[in-house]
Structures are given as C-alpha cells and as structure tokens.
Design a protein around this ligand. Structure first.
Ligand SMILES: [Zn+2]
Length: 278
C-alpha cells in the first residue's frame, strides 16, 4: 500500500501544480503524507455529500477538481459548511487533494474528457499554454464532430453523453444549423468568447454562460452556444484521473482501489418546464 506522499507524487506527475493558474489553490488540503492509502475517491466538489460518501466507502483520500478553500480563512470550525468538511475528513483519517486548473491545462485534461464524452475528436487547445512548446496543453479544446450534426442533434448528443442534471442542456442558435467544429471548455467558459470567435467554430459547449456575454456573442458572430451544468461538464474528467492513478499504481505494484463518485453535486436540483416556442 502506498503512502499518501507517493500517491500525490504520482498525481502531480500527471497534473503538475505549476500548471495551475496563479490565483488557484491546488494540492493537498488536509492529510498526513506518511499515512497509507488503499482507497481513493474521485469527485468534482469537496462538499459534505462527497465526504460522507468517502466515509461510507472507507476512502483514505478524496481527489477533487474544485478547491475547498480558494481564499484564506481564519477558521475551520465545524459550524461552517467548509469547516464541517474539514472535520469530517480529519476525524475519519481521510486526506483531500485538489487538481483544478492544472488538470484543466493538462494533456489530456478536463476539456479532453468533456470532448470525448460528447463525441468530439480533439484537434488542439482553445487557448494554448504559451509555456508548452508542443502546443498541446491549454484551456478548453477544439474538436471535430464526425459526421457533422444539426445543432439540435448535437445538443441531444451532449445531453446523452453527460451525466444527467436537473437543468438539462440550454441551446442558443438555429436548431437546424450544421455543427462540425466545436470549442469546448469544462466549467465556467464565458471569459473565452474572444478565443471562440477567433477559432471560427460552429458551436461552443461550456457551462455557466451569463446573459450579457451570451447575448453579445450571439450578436457578434454566428456561434451556436450549448450550455450544460458546470458539474456535468467536469465530471467526465474524473474517470480520466482515475485511469491515470490506476496506471501509476500498476506500474509501481500498488494495491489501490479507486472509485468515481456518482453523486450529483450540481447545486440546481429541480427544473420547472415552461411551454415555449421560439
Ligand atoms: Zn469547475
């Protein structure tokens, strides 16, 4: 059985912390590097439902995409929801490790997993990382839909390929337009509209699109928008990270059990359909 420090070394070979954005908070949140790790749970969000699952399953380590604390804190008292998460983890001997924008920027990373889940063949990054001489790493991806589909058929394929959430998938654009080249960005993607326009794609699949950037994008260039739940766009990466750790474990002869959390931690829990015709 490996030590936590060994597992972190293996994870950081795939998702080096130096690939994270300067504002990010990646790496070990809690845990003793000398502790043994036999079970690793992968999840998007370090929320109570996920740490409860980790306790029930007997996990020694939870690897999440989102950081628990992005800014400083003066208290981890169990009276706050993040403090309760910390207490649950530590009192059950469970470590928490975060791979966030370093996993976004990796090759393959979060947006590669998203692209694969919705049936796209990735051709390169949407926003290349200038420090990567090969030009393969970066934020978001551009992919090809082979054969091309109508926007409505592509949106249906996205809905089918991602884990189900209450809100479903929102679409902006002519439902009959043909979609061949698609930009994707797992998580909140409305800061990349300039790059999406420059890429000359037919559609942009991301999450958390807000009214004004989406409205301006629709006016400025004929790019169709496909907006899914933030959690759903990042969840496909968990299996990719799990496979990477399993490969490291096989290479080193570790006995490590891994599991991807199936709990839906999207904060939106219901959807009231309206009768609407565009
Ligand atoms: Zn995210």
């Amino acid at each position: 059985m490996p030590k936590l420090s060994d597992v972190i070394t293996a994870l950081e070979e795939v998702y080096p912390p130096q690939w994270a954005e300067a504002w990010d908070a990646v790496g070990l949140v809690c845990g003793d590097p000398q502790a043994e790790v036999g079970r690793v749970l992968f999840a998007v969000d370090p929320v109570q439902a996920v740490v409860d699952e980790a306790v029930e399953w007997g996990a020694d380590l939870v690897v999440t995409h989102h950081p628990l604390y992005l800014r400083g804190t003066t208290s981890v008292a169990a009276t706050t929801f993040k403090g309760r998460v910390v207490h649950t983890l530590i009192s059950n001997g469970i470590a928490l490790h975060v791979a966030h924008t370093n996993a976004d920027h990796a090759d393959p990373g979060v947006s590669d997993a998203l692209a694969e889940a919705v049936g796209l063949r990735v051709t390169g990054p949407l926003v290349p990382d200038p420090t990567d001489p090969l030009g393969r790493r970066g934020t978001g991806r551009i992919g090809l839909l082979e054969p091309p589909l109508s926007l409505s058929a592509f949106a249906a394929q996205v809905a089918e390929g991602l884990p189900a959430t209450a809100a479903g998938v929102r679409v902006s654009g002519d439902p009959d337009r043909l979609v061949s080249r698609v930009a994707v960005c797992g998580g909140s993607g409305d800061s990349f509209f300039a790059e999406v326009r420059a890429a000359g794609v037919d559609a942009y699949l991301t999450a958390d699109l807000r009214h004004h950037p989406a409205s301006e994008a629709a006016e400025a260039a004929p790019v169709a928008l496909v907006d899914a739940a933030h959690w759903a766009t990042e969840w496909p990466w968990l299996a990719l990270a799990e496979r990477a750790l399993q490969a490291a474990a096989d290479k080193r002869g570790w006995a490590v059990e891994t599991k991807v959390s199936q709990r839906v931690t999207d904060p939106w829990t219901a959807h009231a359909p309206m009768s609407f015709t565009a």
